[in-house]
Ligand binder design. Structure first.
Ligand code: MF3
Ligand code: CO
Ligand code: CO
Length: 259
């Protein structure tokens, strides 16, 4: 994925990405009120699939390298790529990341958020708030001439200062007509290192931040990534474009889109 050329999108293509990104954000907003104790992750998946089909779009995760469902639902110690399951009932105090990627007219809109199920513990609340702030700090580094390492450094500095750790095994990625392409965007790193950002680059920033150690393992289902210490993990993700002015967030939720 990282030896592919980095595609620079025209403003016309970025508008196509915005349509996909807006649909992704709307899908998360649609699912959010369903996140309550008693709901199963399969019910969230099926609601997402039905909504996506009604909009005339496809769920990119479904069948992607054999992934069996339409969205990823990652609960508590699950870092990412949790598979929706009829037997997995959400309980008060859980945290759940929902990651959606509708494919709209050939373009992918990739976004995720971590939600509280009922009332979180103090540590769960802090982890989720710090992780969202990590995403914003990463986004704030994006402008022409900045380096990819600036993004990861900003995220890592803040996460570690708050006593948490940054997952190494999964990174942000170029996204467009292809779901995962160059460049890779690590959520850790060194300022001034890595490739230079240029207008027209479109990629995700999607920090996964752990309560304990950063190390993860993959379960026997070959998808579910969990923390090796089984402590909590949270994640937030936006798809962004580098512009002449700085950054354009393509997956902003409907309420935050500027008029
Ligand atoms: N949406 C995930 C990401 O942010 C990728 C999910 S791939 C799947 O990159 F196959 F697990 F769905
Ligand atoms: Co995603
Ligand atoms: Co992604």
């Amino acid at each position: 994925m990282d030896n592919e050329p980095i595609i620079l999108m025209s403003s016309r293509e970025i508008e196509k990405m915005r349509q996909a990104g807006q649909m992704a954000a709307e899908l998360l907003a649609y699912l959010e009120p369903m996140v309550k104790p008693g709901v199963t992750t399969l019910e969230l998946n099926d609601a997402a699939e039905e909504w996506t089909q009604k909009r005339g779009a496809k769920s990119a995760p479904l069948g992607y390298h054999g992934f069996p469902k339409s969205i990823c639902t990652s609960v508590n110690e699950v870092v990412c790529h949790g598979i929706p399951n009829a037997k997995q009932v959400l309980r008060d105090g859980d945290i759940i990341n929902i990651d959606v990627t509708p494919l709209v007219d050939g373009y992918h809109g990739d976004t995720s958020k971590t939600y509280f199920v009922g009332e979180p513990s103090p540590i769960a609340r802090k982890l989720v708030e710090v992780t969202e702030e990590c995403l914003w700090r990463g986004i704030r580094e994006v402008k022409p001439g900045a380096k990819i390492g600036d993004i990861g450094a900003a995220i890592q500095e803040y996460a570690e200062a708050q006593g948490f750790s940054v997952v190494r095994d999964f990174v942000g990625h170029g996204v467009g007509r292809t779901f995962h392409t160059a460049p890779q965007i690590p959520h850790y790193g060194t300022r001034g290192k890595g490739k230079k950002l240029r207008p027209g680059m479109v990629f995700t920033i999607e920090p996964m931040i752990n309560e304990g150690t950063w190390e993860v393992e993959i379960l026997a289902d070959k998808w579910t990534a969990v923390t090796i210490d089984r402590k909590l993990s949270a994640q937030f993700e936006h798809t962004i474009a580098v512009t002449e002015e700085g950054v354009d967030i393509l997956t902003l939720p409907p309420a935050l889109v500027p008029a």
